[in-house]
Design a binder for this molecule. Structure first.
Ligand code: 23J
Ligand code: MN
Length: 263
């Protein structure tokens, strides 16, 4: 008989033995962290700035600390349903009100790294998801759908944002794949390695920015600028992603961890 208490004791045990690993899915956060570049008619989210308050010196002889300024959607970050107009009137749609239960969830990892390397504008379809399910089983209710594109391996702002005169070219989801995930599978949300959950060209889709429009309209969450998705199995990882409890926050920088069976 395995009680919940036994299970948690086993978890602690296997974490210390190393048979369960903790994988960091978070990018370093610095003033160099790339932020999304929207068309200039829109307001822009600033990159991180760090201002030193003291460094064991006159303003603080025994302590070191900094003041940060950054957009909520900077670096590895969490999108709450209120971020999009479709999620505007949902209950408990902000970073401070979301049930914490939602911050621990299993992951389904879809590997589109080869397709994304071959075509930067690659879009995942409903059919891709159905083929994934034929191999790995049905996407469970409440699971994160993580898109492994290997995009996090691109170093430098230019290569990561991959923009030209026609805008950004980064992989993402077709609207119908998002409808499938939100409505037919009731996922927790989608997570990506790119700067935002939508494809680079998604401003021109119907609806515009469907990962935001469809997911947040259904009360689902988003994770952007993830890394190390290549260290996750297709199923079986557990994700811990809890945003800062910003009152009425639309999102937050986040440290995303995955618990993974070592083998
Ligand atoms: C605002 C408008 C469009 C997009 C985004 C934000 C994000 O990607 C984001 O970080 O939520 S595409
Ligand atoms: Mn965001």
């Amino acid at each position: 008989m395995s009680s919940a208490a036994d299970l948690l004791a086993q978890l602690v045990d296997q974490l210390s033995q190393g048979s369960i690993r903790v994988v960091d899915l978070t990018q370093p956060l610095s003033p160099d962290t790339p932020v999304i570049d929207l068309p200039p008619i829109f307001g822009q989210s600033p990159p991180l700035t760090v201002e030193r308050i003291s460094y064991y010196d006159e303003p603080g002889p025994m302590w070191y600390w900094n003041t940060l300024r950054l957009g909520e959607h900077t670096g590895t970050h969490f999108d709450a349903p209120v971020h999009w107009i479709t999620g505007r009137n949902l209950p408990n749609n902000t970073t401070d009100m979301l049930p914490v239960r939602q911050f621990v969830a299993p992951a389904c990892v879809v590997d589109v790294s080869a397709q994304s390397a071959a075509a930067a504008d690659f879009l995942l379809t409903r059919e891709h998801l159905q083929a994934w399910e034929a191999e790995h089983g049905r996407i469970p209710v409440g699971a994160w759908l993580l898109l492994r594109s290997d995009w996090s391996k691109r170093t430098g702002r230019e290569a990561f944002l991959n923009a030209d005169a026609n805008g950004a070219h980064t992989p993402g989801f077709e609207p119908d794949a998002l409808r499938f995930l939100a409505q037919e599978r009731d996922v927790r949300g989608v997570g990506v390695e790119t700067v935002g959950t939508d494809a680079g060209q998604a401003g021109g889709f119907d609806p515009p920015f469907p990962a935001h429009n469809i997911m947040h309209g259904a009360g689902k969450l988003g994770l952007a600028s993830l890394c190390n998705l290549d260290q996750l199995p297709p199923t079986g990882a557990v994700i811990i992603a809890a945003p800062l409890k910003i009152v009425q926050g639309s999102g937050s920088p986040v440290r995303v961890l995955a618990l993974v069976p070592a083998n």
